[in-house]
Structure formats: structure tokens, C-alpha cells
Write a protein that binds this ligand. Structure first.
Ligand code: ADP
Length: 434
């Protein structure tokens, strides 16, 4: 009420007054002063003890109703206590709302520690993975979700893309797992049931593969007849050009079908079990030879292909797949660069990966196209597609081949300066030198 200083002054004045009155009445000044100070001290200690006890149960009863410093302090503590209780209730309400909202999500959420121990999860996660609240808290994720592929995915520590796996809990269901690192505290695992999407995806793949198969035979027959007509000069001069055009288009269609079948095979089958060591230098030599012939056939004889390779390493892989990927990148560099361009094929090694790059000083690619280049049929400039002779599937095939080898494709490009396509292989324990 009067503040700490005011109260102290009043109490001091009362003390002095009591001593003066005592001294005046008794005539013993020293004794009166000692007696008054002792009483004041006893009262102060008694009040302090009372306050201490009250602090242990502050909201039960008021400590004192007598205005003064103790009353003031009690009031302040009470007000602070009430504010804390109010805030706690608000936080609890917010948490309850959050839990309810997270529970109604159609994605399973699991909060994990840095050691992959389960901290908390929502109802959808219980449904999808069979987690039980009373038993599974603090258990290791991999003891409950016994899927070796998930353990390997986590071990790799690359969480940019989710992983899609068969449900360990319900047969016939497919789950997608995405891991989001949460600063220093651990991870959030987001699990979604993608059975419907993966069924549709499989239908799409089967459809493309079946249509390609069905088209392959009639097209081979058409090409055969056109070839016979041309070889045996069965049409007049005026018809030759039309038949030549028809043959060219049929040939293009055959390449398309071949690429579509290759892509669907890459998507639907697992790489062979028996992977053999593939030397990076052999891949580069093969692409070099193939590229020189391709450049001549394309009418770009001045194209130079330079080799910057020192590597003697090998990678466990499927030779014909990896060779076709590197050749594809080299041929693209030749195809999209003008005659006289310089193309570099080489390797770079670090502790964690080996990179095989194909770089050119061609026209380059605008940044907005880069993320979409590996999509099927994505072309930077559609108007050039018949002239360049590509199918629009080349980079999609390269990406899938690399994925099957646990490798990835990185694309860097500067418009007007050129592009670099880099195949990044993990520094596998199986990569060996000569
Ligand atoms: P395509 O059969 O059309 O070559 P790709 O999938 O191989 O299909 O390539 C996709 C597109 O990427 C190409 O159409 C082209 O526009 C662009 N591209 C690929 N490689 C290069 C390169 N080295 N320089 C410039 N553009 C390129």
C-alpha cells in the first residue's frame, strides 16, 4: 500500500516512538530500547516464518489481512500465482486442441527422439502401424516397425524424398514414410496410406507397358514393308519421298516404344542380384567412342570430346544400364550443343562419393527447367524435338538407372555457357581401385 520504503519508514518511526514512550515512562532508556527492538525482532521472525509456510500453500488462505509489507507481498504472490494458473489452463486447452486436430489428420504422425525412440504419436499412426499407447512409448521405432528397408532408409540419412513400402501391419496396403528432422530434438515421421495411389501408379505402368508391347509388333511389320518398298524400288520417284518420311517416322516411333518399354522395365523390376564391378574408366571410354560416332552421324564432326579421368575405381552395377546412362548424357551434350563444341567426360572423388560428369559448353538451360528435366517427355523447347531426334525419355531413363544403383543425377547449367550432368555414386564399400 505504501511501498517497501514507506512501510519501512513507518515501522522505523513506530519503533522510535515505542522506545521514546518506554524511556519516558520507565526512565530506563537503554532497557526500553532493547525490549522494544527484541519484540520487533520476534514479530519479524514470526511473520517471516508465517510467510514461508504460507508460500508452501499460497492459495489456501490469506496470510494476513493487516495492511503492510507482508500483506503486499502476499497479494503480489497471489496475483502471480493466478496468472500462472490461467496461462497453464490456456496452454492445456491449446494442447488438447492440437492433439484433437492431429488425431483427425489422415496422416500418421510419430514424434521420435534422436535415437529413434517413440515419444508421441497420433491416432492415425496407431491405426496404420498398430502402436499401442500403454506399451509402445519410449520403444525403438525399428522394434515396432520391422521393415528392413525403413531401417536402411533411416541409416542413409537422406530425407529429401519419402520412401514407399508395403505395410508391415496389414497385408495388401502400401505406406509412404517421410522423415522431417526437428532441429536438435529428433524427428517427425509422417506415415500415409498410399495404397490407392500406388495401385493407380501400377495400373499406369502396366498400361504403358502393355500398349508399348502391343504396338511393337505391328510397327515392326510396317517398318519391314516400308524397307522392302524402298530397297526394291517398288514406288515411283514421287512416292519415294513419302515412303522415306513414313519410314523415318516409324523408326522414331520404334525408338519411342523401345524407350517406354525400357523405362517400364526399369520401374517394375529390381536390379539383378549379381551385380558386377563396372569401372568408371570403361564407362567413359564407351561413351567417348559412341559419342564420336554419334557426332559424325549427326553432322557435327568438329565436336571435341575430352577425357579428364584419373579414376581406377569400380562400382557394383549392371554394365549395360550404366553404359547406356553415360552414353545418353554424352549424346545429349553433342545433340544440344553446336558443331565445334567441347565436351568433357571425367570423374571426381571425395570421401563420401564418386562423381562421373559430362559437361558441355553448349547453349545451357534456364534455371526454371532444371527441376523438371527428368520428367517423362519434358523438353525445354518442343519445337526442336523432331530435329534433335530425342524421344524426351532420355533423362528419365538415366535417373531411373541411377536410382537402381543408389546413385543420383545432379544437373547444373548456365544459359549461354553450358551444362554439367553429374552422376553421383555413394562411396560404397564395394568401390575398389585396381
Ligand atoms: P530428349 O530425348 O528430348 O533429349 P531428354 O530427357 O534426354 O530428352 O532431355 C530432356 C531435355 O533436356 C531435352 O529436350 C533438352 O531440351 C534438355 N537437355 C538435355 N541435355 C541437354 C544439354 N546437354 N544441353 C542443353 N539442353 C539439354
Amino acid at each position: 500500500m505504501y511501498g517497501a520504503i514507506g512501510t519501512t519508514i513507518i515501522q522505523g518511526a513506530l519503533l522510535v516512538a515505542a522506545i521514546v514512550v518506554g524511556g519516558q515512562v520507565t526512565g530506563f532508556w537503554l532497557e526500553s530500547a532493547l525490549a522494544v527492538i527484541s519484540v520487533a525482532l520476534v514479530i519479524s521472525v514470526w511473520r517471516r516464518n508465517q510467510f514461508y509456510e504460507w508460500l508452501q500453500h499460497p492459495s489456501d488462505r490469506p496470510m494476513t489481512r493487516v495492511p503492510g509489507l507482508w500483506f503486499d507481498m502476499t497479494k503480489r504472490v497471489q496475483l502471480r500465482e493466478q496468472a500462472i494458473v490461467r496461462e497453464r489452463m490456456q496452454v492445456q486447452e491449446l494442447l488438447a486442441n492440437l492433439h484433437q486436430s492431429l488425431g483427425s489428420l489422415d496422416a500418421g504422425l510419430i514424434s521420435l527422439t534422436r535415437a529413434w525412440k517413440i515419444r508421441w504419436w497420433n491416432d492415425t499412426a496407431s491405426e496404420l502401424l498398430g502402436l499401442r499407447h500403454q506399451f509402445d512409448e519410449d520403444a525403438s521405432l525399428f522394434n515396432l516397425v520391422r521393415t528392413p528397408e525403413l531401417a536402411r532408409f533411416v541409416e542413409k540419412g537422406q530425407f529429401d524424398d519419402p520412401i514407399v513400402l508395403a505395410s508391415p501391419f496389414r497385408s495388401g496396403r502400401t505406406l509412404e514414410y517421410a522423415v522431417c528432422p526437428v532441429t536438435d530434438s529428433g524427428y517427425l515421421l509422417v506415415v500415409r496410406d498410399v495404397t490407392r495411389f500406388s495401385r493407380l501408379e501400377r495400373m499406369r505402368r502396366d498400361f504403358v507397358s502393355n500398349v508399348s508391347h502391343e504396338l511393337k509388333t505391328p510397327l515392326t511389320v510396317i517398318k519391314g514393308y516400308l524397307e522392302t518398298i524402298l530397297d526394291n524400288q517398288l514406288v515411283s520417284d514421287r512416292g519415294v519421298r513419302a515412303v522415306e518420311q513414313a519410314f523415318k517416322q516409324a523408326d522414331r516411333m520404334a525408338s519411342l516404344i523401345q524407350d517406354l518399354l525400357l523405362l517400364s522395365q526399369l520401374e517394375t523390376t529390381k536390379p539383378q542380384n549379381q551385380l558386377l564391378p563396372v569401372r568408371f574408366s570403361d564407362l567413359i571410354d564407351h561413351a567417348h567412342q559412341d559419342g564420336e560416332e554419334f557426332a559424325k552421324a549427326l553432322g557435327k564432326p568438329k565436336t571435341q570430346i575430352m577425357i579428364d579421368n584419373q579414376s581406377t575405381l569400380s562400382f557394383p552395377g549392371v554394365w549395360h544400364e550404366l553404359a547406356s546412362a553415360v552414353t545418353n548424357l554424352t549424346n545429349n551434350a553433342i545433340r544440344y550443343s553446336p558443331d565445334g563444341a567441347t565436351i568433357h567426360l571425367g570423374t571426381r572423388e571425395s570421401d563420401t562419393k564418386v562423381q562421373l560428369y559430362v559437361s558441355d559448353n553448349g547453349p545451357g538451360i534456364l534455371p526454371e527447367h532444371l527441376p523438371r528435366l527428368t520428367e517423362r517427355f519434358y523438353r525445354v523447347d518442343n519445337s526442336h524435338s523432331p530435329a534433335t531426334g530425342g524421344t524426351g525419355l532420355g533423362l528419365a531413363i538415366v535417373k531411373h538407372i541411377l536410382l537402381r544403383h543408389e546413385a543420383s543425377l545432379d544437373i547444373q547449367s548456365t544459359p549461354g555457357k553450358g551444362s554439367t550432368f553429374t552422376c553421383e555414386f555413394p562411396r560404397h564399400p564395394f568401390i575398389v581401385g585396381d
